[in-house]
Design a protein. Structure first.
Lengths: 889, 155
């Protein structure tokens, strides 16, 4: 059941070039039941015969190409795009590449995060260069091996179709015939040369997804499908209120039920609630439903999720804030030209991945094996080590396919539960969350409020004042990371990682992190003056990454406001944008393209006499550019979204059809949010529970979506990414269209209008415009949550001050840092110390913030080597970060 | 306990009367192609063909399965011998995460079994109770039409 491949001990496996993360090869372990990984099967049997791999590409003795995918596959197409890059360099078909998921290992870290995370639309952009180098090195070695074996000049040989071919004579040898010979005789090239893009045969073409065949026949194995011998299934009853802890529970009825239905099973209390464990999901779920509990603590029970109300009640629009961008005197410039004021709001929103959260864990006393759909396998390993006390080497993580990620699987609350249960009962356990668990205990997209004050003069933006208010992603992520990624790291990595966490958390008083303001700091538009600041407010609601993260709300508010400014200036909103983005050719490019695609100048037409209009929005994020035009119809007061045109620039498109897939999906994801999603709270608990009261956009409401790519064949522009790029623009373009059709100018989501389904002209020709929003079914909420107890949360809306635990912890950090000598993050910590001494909102503080924000890479000391930090300082730092933000309850 | 046919084979499943067919398929019979998405019949990830009807298997109690004939995604076609709907799904590159697709495909197969040339409205009616979080709906619509074409061409 368990295979372990230790590549590090095989001399011939050493590639040893600087191209590969510092010139070392890391042990590549695969473990556990491999039935969860696509395409491995028997190949793993042959893996002992692997010949000369690097950490990504390996050639087996029989000449097969094995690719270790260091990012996850959650629908975004990494498996196909990465395998295609390998295939291109080796001159083979992509479907000949056998893909396996990477185990947690430092070499597979995402360079942008210092962790093995899949997120931020980095899977292609971050791997483009290293992966081409890894595959090119493999090709060059095989070619040299083949030439040597044939006794011909390597310069006359090519690598194609699984063979090395000597062009002048037509002689060839198969990979299988030279694999071993090459491993034994050919040194790795010191500077492998990827193929020129002009020679590409596979990249740039729409190769069909490699994961599709298994997915359409039901063979694809997701986390929820994992089977382990002797496995039990667990469901957990939790307190409803966020942050509440169980004080007492009654499991008598659950036990009675379990006894009457198959007998056996166990009930154990874990940190988050009470787990019922039987052989089958159904009996575990029914038992969990029967557990009653009392709980204490939790978020402020009076907070209903309406952040706008809170902002108003607390006067947060004018409270002290951290400066994000300051250009000129934007406040004074409000008196020039026509003034526009608007407050925008996005609510808390759920992820609702269609595969509910789940994790399988088996702790056997000496080893922990985990199978799970995660976006961050080293975080899973970290949780395993933290809960069991095992060393990372004894925590084996098996990545599975993921039934939708969208950022949800970067938070690992469900992994902690599964590990804790297995640790307690020492048996293999699969934890499955019900849909109700998933909706009620999500880490939500944070609610955010943007207070905007601007002015237009002479068709230009004279003033732009933007106050961003909401919870901090930095705080949420920092705290989460301490219990996930940190435990799996060692020595220098731990210090570097903590440094990053410190950067994100800043201080307890003023918190600014890139995820809360991204997309607002650097506007795509020319502005005479610009003032953006951020006020941190803590509600205690669990929040997390949600597809497009900060760009969702900054894109929403910013683009809605641009449209309102354009209207105030009596300008066409698309022409207004084009006039203000002159210096940005790629943004101009997508705007021009979408103008042409949507026949922007022409009146919107449709199958009936309804009022119609087109609206526009654009947003640059994750290195890519997107402009969207949306056409809507107002049918007897109801809203129909009819058409969406999206122009996208991701640079060179490795697989254009996967790019289109992602854009179509992002548009629908964004529409779901714009039209449907809002999470609310009662007594500290989430009100919504399932698709009855938190529905997704359905097929009959889905507009026609037309996607065109700009620069997709441009060989000079390395591919950026597409997974999240089109999400932010759809809601503001929709609101613009409603406004231009004569509807209200809306400023908050979800759009409070009744919907009417899409009409497909070709097949119906009639107007069923009286349809209502159906497909919601009935409210059948099955509720597993019980006994929310009393909420005694730490206030809402107050910027936390005077937390004595945090203060004491910080003093300790400061002291330890000062006495520990020069370690890698000393400078960052010093910034933090300095920051404590400056006035919130002051220019000095902004400078410090900017230094922290702009430092994209991990700081290092003069030798580039971290010097270990004393254990006491590490502990103090952890304590400070933990205490630095208010903990609910 | 109930006896019924699954993909042409007689099966006996022992479990609580109220256990949904979905979990009988997944936990008792090991047929994990049928997915759990909501347990309330609102997402369609668990759709199977039960006696000729597209059925949300999470809403059918085990005690009501006696004598039924159930077809799951595993019984529709295999990698080497795909049903036209599965072929069309590959042609249109429908799947992203793929989790909802067995349910979508079963719903489409039932639709096409009774309607060789479905209109957009027919597709809306048959397919709108199946959710897809990745947003593959435009391709699902195209793939259903493509499958109809493949069927009429004898595919």
């Amino acid at each position: 059941m368990t295979e372990s491949i230790d590549l590090i001990n095989r001399r011939t496996f050493m590639i040893g070039t600087a191209a590969f993360a510092g010139g070392f090869v890391v042990a590549c372990k695969t473990g556990g039941n491999r039935s969860d990984v696509k395409g491995l099967g028997e190949t793993l049997q042959a893996i002992a015969a692997i010949k000369f791999p690097n950490a990504w590409v390996a050639v087996t003795k029989d000449g097969q190409i094995l690719y270790t995918l260091d990012r996850v596959e959650m629908g975004q197409g990494t498996m196909t795009s990465h395998a295609s890059i390998v295939a291109e360099e080796l001159g083979i078909e992509p479907n000949k590449v056998i893909v396996q998921f990477a185990p947690p290992a430092k070499i597979y870290f995402n360079p942008g995060y210092g962790a093995q995370a899949t997120g931020g639309t980095t899977s292609l952009s971050g791997s483009w260069q290293p992966l081409r180098l890894a595959a090119a090195a493999t090709r060059e070695m095989l070619t040299a091996g083949g030439a040597q074996k044939m006794g011909v000049n390597v310069k006359e040989c090519v690598c194609e179709k699984g063979k090395i071919v000597h062009k002048p004579t037509g002689k060839d040898v198969k990979f299988a015939d030279i694999a071993q010979f090459t491993a034994e005789n050919i040194k790795a090239p010191s500077a492998p040369l990827p193929k020129p893009m002009s020679s590409y045969k596979t990249l740039g073409k729409s190769v069909k997804r490699l994961d599709s065949p298994d997915k359409v026949v039901g063979k694809a194995v997701y986390g929820i499908d994992v089977k382990v011998e002797g496995m039990l299934i667990a469901c957990v009853a939790r307190p409803g209120a966020h942050g509440a802890k169980v004080t007492s529970f009654d499991d008598a009825k659950a036990k009675e039920y379990m006894q009457a239905n198959g007998g056996g099973g166990e009930i154990v209390q874990i940190a988050s609630g009470v787990a019922c464990i039987t052989k089958h999901f159904w009996t575990s779920k029914k038992a969990a439903d029967l557990v009653t509990m009392q709980a204490a603590g939790g978020i402020d029970p009076s907070f209903d999720g309406n952040l706008g109300k809170l902002v108003e009640a607390k006067g947060l629009a004018t409270a002290p804030a951290v400066s994000v961008t300051k250009k000129g005197d934007a406040a004074a410039a409000l008196s020039t030209g026509t003034k526009v004021e608007a407050t925008y709001e996005v609510p808390y929103a759920p992820h609702q991945t269609l595969e509910p959260q789940n994790c399988t864990a088996h702790y056997d006393g000496t080893k922990l094996t985990i199978w799970c759909p995660t976006q961050i396998p080293d975080g899973v390993q970290g949780i395993g080590t933290r809960i069991t006390g095992l060393a990372a080497a004894n925590v084996i993580v098996n990545q599975t396919l993921i039934g939708g990620g969208f950022g949800r699987r970067l938070s690992l609350d469900f992994v902690a539960e599964a590990v804790e249960i297995s640790f307690k009962i020492k048996k293999p356990v699969k934890l499955i969350w019900t849909r109700e668990d998933d909706v009620r205990h999500d880490v939500y997209r944070p609610a955010m409020v943007h207070v905007m004050k601007g002015a237009v003069s002479g068709g230009k933006i004279a003033a732009w004042n933007q106050r961003i208010i909401g919870q901090s992603m930095g705080v949420a992520i920092s705290k989460d990371s301490l219990t996930t990624v940190l435990p799996a790291l060692v020595d220098g990595d731990k210090i570097n990682f903590l440094g990053r966490v410190v950067q994100l958390t800043a201080s307890k008083q003023v918190i600014l992190d890139p995820f809360s303001v991204e997309g607002a700091k650097d506007s795509a538009y020319a502005m005479a003056t610009q003032n953006v600041d951020y006020h941190y407010v803590e509600t205690g609601v669990p929040i997390g990454y949600w597809r497009s993260v900060g760009h969702f709300h900054t894109g929403f508010a910013g683009e809605c406001f641009v449209n309102e400014l354009a209207a105030a200036a009596n300008k066409d909103p698309l022409a207004f944008r084009e006039g203000l983005t002159g210096g940005n050719d790629r943004m101009v490019g997508v705007l021009r393209k979408v103008r042409e695609m949507s026949s922007w100048a022409d009146a919107a037409t449709g199958p009936d006499e309804a009022k119609r209009a087109k609206g526009v929005a654009s947003h640059a994020c994750f290195g890519s550019f997107c402009a969207i035009v949306t056409q809507i119809a107002l049918v007897s007061g109801k809203l129909r979204v009819e058409k969406v045109w999206a122009a996208i620039d991701v640079g060179f498109a490795v697989n254009p059809d996967i790019v289109r897939q992602q854009v179509e999906g992002s548009v629908i994801f964004g529409l779901t949010s714009a039209l449907k999603q809002k999470i609310t709270f009662k007594d500290g608990a989430t009100v919504e529970s399932n698709f009855n009261n938190s529905d997704l956009l359905r097929l009959n409401y889905t507009p026609d979506i037309i996607v065109e790519l700009v620069n997709d064949k441009a060989q000079g522009i390395a591919p950026t990414g597409i997974g999240e790029v089109a999400v932010p623009s759809i809601a503001p373009s929709l609101i613009n269209a409603i406004s231009r059709a004569g509807g209200e100018t809306l400023r908050s989501l979800p759009i409070a209008m009744a919907l009417t389904p899409m009409v497909h002209v070709a097949s119906t020709g009639t107007n069923p415009g009286n349809g209502t929003d159906t497909g919601n079914g009935t409210d059948t909420g099955t509720g597993t949550d019980a006994g929310t107890g009393t909420g005694t949360g730490t206030g809402t809306g107050e910027t936390p001050v005077g937390n004595p635990v945090a203060d004491a912890a910080w003093k300790s950090v400061e002291q330890n840092c000062k006495t520990s000598g020069c370690h890698s993050n000393y400078k960052d910590l010093k910034w933090m110390v300095e920051k404590k001494k400056v006035k919130p909102g002051s220019v000095e503080e902004s400078k410090i913030i900017i230094r922290i924000k702009d430092d994209a890479d991990m700081p290092q000391n003069e030798d580039g080597e971290p010097i270990p930090m004393p254990a006491a300082a590490l502990k103090a730092l952890e304590d400070w970060i933990t205490a630095g933000a208010p903990t609910p309850g | 306990m109930a006896q019924f046919k699954v993909n042409g084979e007689g099966k006996t499943v022992d479990g609580p009367d109220d256990m949904p067919l979905l979990w009988a398929l997944r936990d008792n019979l090991g047929l994990t192609g049928t997915k759990y998405g909501c347990g309330t019949g609102l997402c369609g990830a668990c759709t199977v063909n039960m006696d000729g009807a597209a059925t949300k298997s999470c809403q059918v109690k085990l005690k009501d399965c006696g004598g039924a004939s159930v077809q799951t995604i595993e019984g529709l076609g295999t990698e080497n011998s795909m049903h036209v709907v599965q072929k069309a799904w590959l042609e249109e590159n429908v799947s992203q995460c793929g989790y909802c697709q067995p349910g979508q495909i079963m719903a489409a197969a039932v639709l096409l079994a009774g309607n060789k040339n479905p209109s957009d409205k027919d597709i809306d009616e048959a397919m709108s109770s199946n959710l897809c979080r990745c947003g593959t709906y435009p391709r699902i619509r195209k793939a259903v039409k493509r499958a109809a074409e493949l069927m009429s061409a004898g595919g």
